[in-house]
Design a binder for this molecule. Structure first.
Ligand code: MLT
Length: 324
């Protein structure tokens, strides 16, 4: 190729690159990493929000499920992804429990990420296989205390919301049960419906429809107040587990150092999504609601995460739980 052709080709490349970045963010599809299996609670939240953000930004959002190790494999993937705004994460309270659970975490949960904003605080429920004899939470607590280690429960890895909730439940009841670990509570739910294990603490985004269809038993809610979507379920507080309260707060992060323009556009698109009637309706049908827009900001998320890391470290230490 002659020198002249090289010059023309080189210039064309530069022009192409310049016009691509001049087009502004985003100018290609965005990948949202969900650190849990497809079909589960977090996948559901990511896809509902992703649809809306995709429409607002005029770019495709591709959800990639990277489950395992309580979400730390997926978050490590995002921490070291290019800081260009095209790889994001939707995860949850697990981001705040990971530091206390994993000694050799490959990232800093606060400093290695840019916060985009909070999404929703998903309530959790204590559920059991349809064949369990216990008819209500009182009978379930009696049974669990009698059976102890013979009771099998599932979680989505050490550090998952299901794990944290089960840890709090065992703490509150003084009973140690036997864990079955999955890459997400989506696949765990299939096995619970199949009666493969006894019980689980999982998010309403995963349990509401299964309970309503009678495929599993719903026993209690982990929130301070009863759930609008499942008003018949007592709270664990009502059942005598004083002060029991946990929900899986979800949020969006990016690798540290993405362009300010990308943070602004993503946060604005997230806030728009949280006000969208379709999103509000979908969330409500699954027992949750968007956070208020003032919490869907980078600053609010960073403050929440920092506070939660401090809150859960002593609880996890006292429970002696470890991921590695
Ligand atoms: C999931 O989507 O599988 C859950 O969020 C897992 C969990 O953390 O319990």
């Amino acid at each position: 190729m002659t020198l002249l052709r090289y010059a023309i080709f080189g210039t064309a490349l530069l022009i192409g690159a310049a016009s691509a970045s001049a087009q502004g963010y985003p100018n290609k599809p965005i990948t949202v990493v969900v650190p849990a299996a497809a079909g589960g609670p977090t996948d559901t939240v990511a896809r509902i929000i992703g649809d809306s953000i995709s429409r607002t930004l005029g770019q495709q959002i591709v959800v990639e499920n990277v489950g395992g190790a309580g979400g730390t494999i997926g978050m490590a993937r995002v921490a070291k992804a290019p800081a260009d705004g095209y790889t994001l994460a939707v995860w949850h309270i697990g981001q705040s429990t990971a530091p206390a659970l994993y000694d050799n975490l490959k990232y800093n949960v606060v400093d290695d990420f840019d916060s985009i904003g909070r999404i929703t605080d998903v309530p959790m429920t204590i559920v059991g296989k349809a064949g369990l004899e216990a008819k209500n939470i009182g009978e379930l607590l009696t049974w669990v205390k009698q059976k102890g280690k013979d009771v099998t429960y599932a979680h989505a890895g050490i550090g998952s919301a299901a794990h944290l909730c089960a840890l709090l439940f065992m703490n509150a009841t003084g009973v140690e049960m036997t864990a079955v670990s999955y890459r997400g509570t989506g696949p765990a739910m299939n096995d619970l419906v199949g009666g493969q294990f006894d019980m689980m603490c999982d998010q309403t985004t995963g349990t509401t429809n299964q309970i309503k269809e009678g495929k599993i038993k719903g026993y209690a809610a982990t929130t301070a107040k009863r759930l609008k979507v499942l008003p018949e379920l007592p709270t664990l507080e009502e059942a005598g587990l004083k002060g029991f309260e946990v929900s899986a707060w979800h949020a969006m992060w990016a690798p540290k150092g993405i362009p300010a323009e990308a943070v602004e556009k993503l946060s604005a698109a997230l806030q728009a999504a949280l006000k969208e009637a379709g999103v509000i309706e979908r969330f409500a049908s699954l027992g949750t609601e968007p956070v208020s827009p003032d919490l869907a900001t980078p600053a609010a998320l960073k403050a929440k995460l920092t506070a939660e890391v401090a809150k859960w470290a002593p609880v996890i230490k006292a429970a002696g739980a470890k991921g590695n």
